[in-house]
Write a protein that binds this ligand. Structure first.
Ligand SMILES: Nc1nc2c(c(=O)[nH]1)N[C@H]1C(S)=C(S)[C@@H](COP(=O)(O)O)O[C@H]1N2
Ligand SMILES: [Mo]
Length: 443
């Protein structure tokens, strides 16, 4: 199709009034249209396609885990974030309770893979940057549309990365706005992504076949030759001598991605890998002894008064009956211990041994042994995430607890003393701390 204007080129084909475009072409704005500026001998369709292939395989995982996280929040109870998303609402289903690490895996993949892709995205953008400066920017309507879709593609991708990174570092500084922006941004991005893949797939396949990856991985810097001139204008017209082989470039980008993976995976799988998590936003030693695991919001930050969690605290239960229980009365019930993760939407998680009363026992006590939902409220007076609605399967699972103790000791105030919710595969946000009441409803 359209070729870059090289001295030997014959008249390029224009889809627009030709004189206008020829005039444009003769007067490029400063810095535009010069193909001599881009001299890296590594740029070319093959290298771009390698980065593209990696993104083609991994980005759908990041997108899907993002959507699954939205579904896991329980849109059927109006508690998915963002709330009113119009026709972008997803079909909802009962989020499963098994395997217990489902949400941990989902968010680990979403956040860690998302972070690991940053070097690949940057490398991919670097590899095509000459096209940003090509002049005229388009020669026909199809190219104008393609350019606009690229603006959406790159803009939305950088937006998703920036908001995602800020959120996992600063968390709820954004309030609800982060979710809304990240959710809409994801749809804009995926629309442009699908269009881009549809347009570029044949080019990518051809480019990937043009060289052997294995041979490239054996080629030294000295032996590195530019790719043959291409119709897309990626290959330098005046290449410099190579200072890095393609092997070196792939190692640099892959090594960068791996490095990010290594310094973040510990926050998700925990255990001995946790000290490796250099960017751990929730701190390294957040508590003492058995309560030493990440705290999302401290009791002080949540405004929990010590007086309200002392001897006067009661758990108010309602179903077909109403009753109030003291902590001692709860401890006198049959207690159950389960090893379960808290898995935050931010990608960090922590697995602990929780002991408490089964939610289904509490439901039976309230006279509603087969509830369709459980509505939990914290004694916390202000702020987000003070309560949650649990599905029937989440309420009735034998490991679903109103936890009173963790790792053999009482919950610390930061982890929700006197009592908190813990349910297999439930997003961390719904593991309400400092619980004040539970209402069991039947449909
Ligand atoms: N009452 C109350 N419960 C809450 C929260 C909160 O802000 N208030 N934060 C939730 C979030 S977002 C997470 S990830 C978990 C974290 O539990 P942890 O701080 O014990 O690790 O608590 C959840 N329970
Ligand atoms: Mo969270």
């Amino acid at each position: 199709m359209a070729r870059p204007p090289a001295p030997t080129d014959k008249e390029p084909r224009y889809g627009f009034p030709a004189p206008l475009w020829r005039a444009l072409e003769r007067r490029p704005p400063p810095g535009m249209g010069s193909t001599r500026r881009w001299r890296s001998p590594l740029r070319g369709p093959w290298l771009t396609s390698i980065f593209g292939l990696v993104l083609l395989v991994t980005i759908p995982i990041v997108f899907l885990t993002g959507l699954l996280s939205y579904a896991a929040y329980g849109p059927q109870f109006g508690q998915a974030i963002p709330g009113g998303v119009g026709w972008l609402r997803l079909p909802h289903f009962a989020w499963p309770t098994s395997p217990a690490w489902l949400y941990q895996l989902n968010q680990g993949l979403h956040v860690i893979l998302g972070l690991m892709l940053i070097p690949v995205v940057l490398a991919k953008l670097w590899s095509v940057v000459p096209k940003l400066f090509s002049w005229p920017p388009a020669r026909n309507i199809a190219q104008v549309i393609e350019r606009l879709s690229l603006l959406l593609l790159v803009g939305a991708l950088l937006f998703e990365i920036a908001t995602g990174v800020l959120n996992i570092q600063y968390d709820y500084v954004f309030g609800f706005n982060f979710y809304t922006a990240h959710y809409y941004g994801a749809w804009v991005f995926i629309g442009a992504f699908v269009a881009h893949v549809a347009i570029k797939l044949p080019t990518m396949a051809r480019a990937l076949r043009s060289r052997s990856l294995r041979a490239e991985l054996r080629t030294s810097t000295a032996d590195t030759e530019p790719e043959p001139p291409d119709e897309h204008g990626l290959v330098a017209t005046h290449p410099d001598r190579p200072t890095l082989s393609r092997r070196g470039a792939l190692r640099l980008v892959g090594g960068g991605a791996l490095f990010i993976g290594v310094i973040t995976i510990g926050q998700s799988i925990g255990g001995t890998a946790r000290p490796l998590a250099l960017l751990l936003p929730r701190g390294r030693s957040p508590g003492d002894g058995p309560n030493d695991f990440p705290v999302n919001k401290t009791a002080t930050a949540a405004g929990i008064e010590p007086a309200s969690t002392g001897g006067a605290w009661r758990l108010r239960l309602s179903g077909s009956e109403q009753l109030a229980l003291s902590r001692d009365e709860l401890l006198a019930m049959s207690l159950h211990t389960a090893r379960l993760p808290i898995a935050c939407v931010e990608g960090w998680s922590t697995t602990q041994d929780w002991t408490g009363v089964r939610l289904r026992d509490l439901a039976a006590l309230a006279g509603t042994p087969q509830p369709s939902s459980a509505h939990v409220m914290s004694i916390q007076q202000a702020g987000a995430f003070r309560g949650a609605v649990l599905q029937a399967n989440q309420t009735l699972h034998p490991d679903s607890l109103l936890a009173l103790r963790v790792n053999g000791v009482d919950l610390s105030s930061d982890h929700g003393f006197p009592a908190r919710i813990i349910v297999p595969a439930l997003p961390g946000v719904h593991c309400t701390k400092w619980v004040g009441s539970i209402e069991f409803r039947s449909a």
